[in-house]
Design a protein around this ligand. Sequence first.
Ligand code: TTP
Length: 283
Amino acid sequence: MLCRDQECRTPGSGQKSSQYTQLLSSPSSPSTSKSSFKIAVEGNISSGKSTLLELFNKQSFVETLTEPVEKWRNLGGSNILDRMYQDPKRWSFTFQSYVLLTMLQVHHSQQSKPLAVIERSVYSARYCFVENLRASGVMDETEFACYTEWFDWIMSQQRPQLDLIVYLRTSPETCYERLLQRARAEEAPVSLDYLKSLHSRYENWLGSNRSWHGNTPVLVLDANKDVVQNKDLHNEMMEQITAFLTKLSPDVLSPPRVPSGVFSSPQKKAGTSVRTPLAEINQ
Ligand code: TTP
């Protein structure tokens, strides 16, 4: 299903998507009920992924797995993230190889709660960052071929599974503003043009020009607005995500897997909005 207008519906929720959200594909009916889910939060640099993870983190049945940025800042005492930005031609291949390894470690870490939310995935590293580095000539063809052989072989052995990708769609200008505000030292060389080219990679991969995301359903959220300040928007995002997960498996968000009272299955009464476990954050 490809929805581009505001009549788009979230599978199973009976709700119309609002102007804030677009649903680009729906999950197929699961043949068996799952007991745990894994979702990835995706989006451009500074799109607000960490913020969304923090909101998820307030729930006891959710475990959040943040990006291993600290590892990238300290590989045997060397800040490889910084080296990559200082001298991209020399260090991008090395950096992206390390990103591949550390993201695989995140994907394959033991899941201890019904819902695991991970920041990015091996897929965005491959289909957005590496693709972009190759297209701009920063990564040369031999480096790209070497990376791709590694990537394809790893995928053929054990492809990391995701139940849902949440794509935080933002304008490159918004990301640039946020990037300047947070002023992470390593990112000083990041330009608006760089964010624009990553944005097009994201759009090609998950957005309206969607080319590839395997069979994983994708929920696209407009993340230009501030979800921390705007509680309605924040709740709406969570409702969309929960409705999606409930459609995949109604059991996982129901008692007894989760504490009583807080995590009952969503129910829609006429004239009321859906109340869901995740939507109750900050209530
Ligand atoms: P981001 O995923 O952009 O982390 P973030 O903290 O900016 O996310 P948000 O603000 O949305 O919470 O990655 C951190 C840095 O690593 C960023 O400068 C981009 C860089 N990076 C690459 O260069 N290549 C990659 O493959 C990945 C995954 C990140």
